[in-house]
Design a protein around this ligand. Structure first.
Ligand code: SF4
Length: 165
């Protein structure tokens, strides 16, 4: 904080986390592109469907009639993000009683991810069709960053009593 000005400079950043701050990969391991267990923001719809449908589930559910435990299944972590309480109850009840199959359980996740990604794919297409739009945005961003950096450095010098005159 610069004395007398009420202006904060060099503010230490803090994390902004949601309830599901960390999402594991599709295979239940740490999410990483090199593990191939991610869904990209512009993942084609067929690929999203395939990746979710082939996700591993609770190993106890060998046959459709075997009950499972959602907490042992990576699909459950996606329900934490994409499903409301009613759907989570449906999963809990259906999984532990073998009342639902794993593909049935995964379908709402496929639908939710497709709904989430569709507008992103659409927006990205505008920039893929005209890359000069991206170049202009980057150039504007550089200008703004340069201006802000100059202002911040001036504030820092002032706060430290450094003068270059
Ligand atoms: S029913 Fe759902 S939560 Fe249970 S093992 Fe299958 S995919 Fe996982």
């Amino acid at each position: 904080m610069r004395k007398g000005s009420g202006k904060k400079i060099l503010v230490e950043p803090d994390v902004l986390l949601t309830e599901a701050a960390r999402l594991q990969g599709l295979d239940g391991q740490k999410m990483s592109k090199s593990y191939g267990n991610t869904i990209a923001l512009r993942e084609p719809p067929e690929s999203v469907e395939k990746k979710v449908r082939t996700m591993p589930t609770d190993p106890a559910r060998v046959k459709r009639s075997d009950p499972g435990t959602p907490e042992r299944c990576p699909v459950w972590s996606l329900h934490q993000v994409y499903s409301d309480e009613a759907r989570k109850d449906w999963v809990r009840q259906g999984c532990t009683s073998a009342g639902i199959g794993c593909l049935e359980c995964k379908q709402p996740i496929v639908d939710a991810i497709q709904t989430e990604l569709a507008p992103m794919r659409e927006r990205a297409q505008t920039y893929l069709d005209d890359p000069t739009l991206v170049r202009n945005i980057v150039a504007d961003g550089c200008d703004r960053a340069r201006r802000l950096a100059t202002e911040t450095m001036r504030d820092v010098r002032e706060a430290l009593g450094l003068s270059y005159t």
